[in-house]
Design a protein around this ligand. Sequence first.
Ligand SMILES: Nc1nc2c(c(=O)[nH]1)N[C@H]1C(S)=C(S)[C@@H](COP(=O)(O)O)O[C@H]1N2
Ligand SMILES: [Mo]
Length: 386
Amino acid sequence: MANPPDLRPGLTRRAFLGVAAGVAAFPSIAAAVRDVPPAKRRMLQVNGYAACAETPLDALTTYLTPNDLFFVRQHWIPVAPDLKNWALTVDGEVGVPLKLSLGELNAMPQTTVTCVLQCAGNGRGFMKPVVPGVQWQFGAVGNARWTGVRVKEVLLKAGLKGTGQHLHTFGTDKPPGKVPPFFRSLEMEKVLEDGVIALKMNGEALSLLHGAPARLVVPGWAGDHWMKWLERLSPQKDPQKGFYMDVGYRFPNKPGDPGVTFKPDEMSPVTELFVKSNITDAPKSARVGQTVTLRGFAFSGAPDISKVEISADGGAKWKNAVLDPEHDPYAWRLWTFPWKPEAPGKVTLWARATDSRGSVQPKEAVWNQSGYLYNAWHSADIEVTA
Ligand SMILES: Nc1nc2c(c(=O)[nH]1)N[C@H]1C(S)=C(S)[C@@H](COP(=O)(O)O)O[C@H]1N2
Ligand SMILES: [Mo]
């Protein structure tokens, strides 16, 4: 039997029981698993947000985010793929359409990239006025090591044609009722340069929640491009159509006043992440003259972070934090900031990051009706006593 996918307790217990080693010891469960045909082995989704979970900020303190703490976001309840019969279909603007089994993908040259995955809606819960959608705060983000096959390798093998300018991507999850499917596409140029079909996350086979057996990794771009439960890649002349391209995941071309609603054609698809830093660790109190340490992470849609700064006066003066040397393109940087309070009172320390292309994290996030890419300065309040 294949290794059971790494499932978290409570979420998909029924599916877990189906593959766990314990099945043999409980013949009645084995019979139940056998007697419910695969096509009927599916839970019915009863509300809009399927098993979404974020990581508390104080757990995002390591360079690599552990798999069991990594945020989970999916539009619908995942459907466990049948690994024996699973194959990645490559069709569309290619000379040789392919069906690649897991074994075939594993036999191709493997590559590893370490980078941030952030949901476009991370921070939506802080938007003012309030916008609909999952009310993420800080933790729909993590940094992981992704191993698999470069999308470029697969598309070259399939004889990609010059007419294939947009890569249409499809996952196995299905929406409830008449809700449109989560089908997407992204520019060929980006995906040829950086895209990876990941089979492993932090050295382990991808878990069901993170898209087993294969998902797309698009370093520097928001999570909506990172198709999970990948089953088909199809280069096409034009972008994919449908709700999740034409209406969802779009960001205003020009900023507008908070609360204003833009039309889809006044917006473009969300792609690169915005530069952002969060404080993950700060003391609640400190004493005059005694150094305390703040910690955090910073990342961007640019390959690196050039500095993180801290202000104790609302943004008039800034001091550089110390960047951790560990880094990979599009990964986050951990940072520390030793701070010695000089006077008693309540102090707010603000953090802001600047990326390797010179973008500076803004005091306020850009308003948009879907609450995407929230990246306002983050702060910590510290009570200083004499
Ligand atoms: N098939 C499929 N892939 C998907 C999604 C989905 O709903 N279905 N959600 C996307 C979104 S919006 C995000 S933020 C990431 C989240 O990946 P994670 O759950 O591994 O953190 O998966 C992306 N890939
Ligand atoms: Mo997302």
